[in-house]
Design a protein around this ligand. Sequence first.
Ligand code: NAD
Length: 300
Amino acid sequence: MTATTIDGKAFAAQVRGKVAEHVTRLKADHGITPGLAVVLVGEDPASQVYVRSKGKMTVEAGMKSVEHRLDADTSEADLLAVVDQLNNDPEIHGILVQLPLPGHLNEDLVINSINPEKDVDGFHISNVGLLGTGQKSMVPCTPLGCLMMLRAHHGSLSGMDAVVIGRSNIVGKPMAQLLLGDSCTVTIAHSRTKDLADVVQRADIVVAAVGRPEMVPGDWIKPGATVIDVGINRLDAPERGEGKTRLVGDVHYESCAEVAGAITPVPGGVGPMTIACLLANTVTACCRANGLAEPEGLTA
Ligand code: NAD
């Protein structure tokens, strides 16, 4: 069997298109422009790249984009004051504090200082609780993107056996909650799981979010299963020239694609969906803040 490739890049472009359409309607019918604020503390190069592309795509979708760039030695009180100002700004509907924060800042405290209704990353403890109890919440972007692709590919996920490899608060745990919400039978595997191969072999859906390059080989995959590869790992690629690198996922793509029914590539799978879902969450937050109907198909 050769797996169908789930084209996250194309799917993300569709999601961004839906977001842009909704933004146009919000402006035309209600005079409202959704606004997203991103707060970056320090000079982490990867974070700078993410923040730049988030800002660019926010503007491309017709929304207002605000960036707060703070020095690496910013005090907790100053950072909390910026968040407080954004919480109280009626033109800002989504706030994202780019993680990781420098070591002297308490991430939990900062994230939990964001108004949960503006918490477009879905990391605030209230949103975690709402998701865990099946209530309307802001849903973390990466797992939301995975869920959208799974729903688009399968229609209903009800009754499917799903294995999520990884138990982080950002990906693994919310992913498991979302799959449970769609009536999958969910197993969360992690670094202490006994016989991971055996656990993965039972799954109709495998979501790998580990951070270990090409860790999942094809012979762990049940024939016909759907494989969602969240991992982003950069490897040296001397064959491409001196100092060159390439990105790989947590799944060994070639061998898994021979067995799976469908698979997301890296790059071009889950990655582009994450920013698309950030934009979707900002529109959702804006609609909720204004008591308006939420766009269909952009929430969990
Ligand atoms: P994390 O380091 O917080 O969590 C990794 C998880 O993997 C842990 O729960 C750990 O128990 C588990 N794990 C580690 N070794 C294992 C092993 N040998 N067997 C089974 N489980 C093991 O990572 P994270 O933030 O969840 O990110 C995971 C990966 O996803 C990383 O590669 C990250 O770069 C990527 N990521 C991608 C996106 C995206 O937009 N595509 C977003 C977030 C994270």
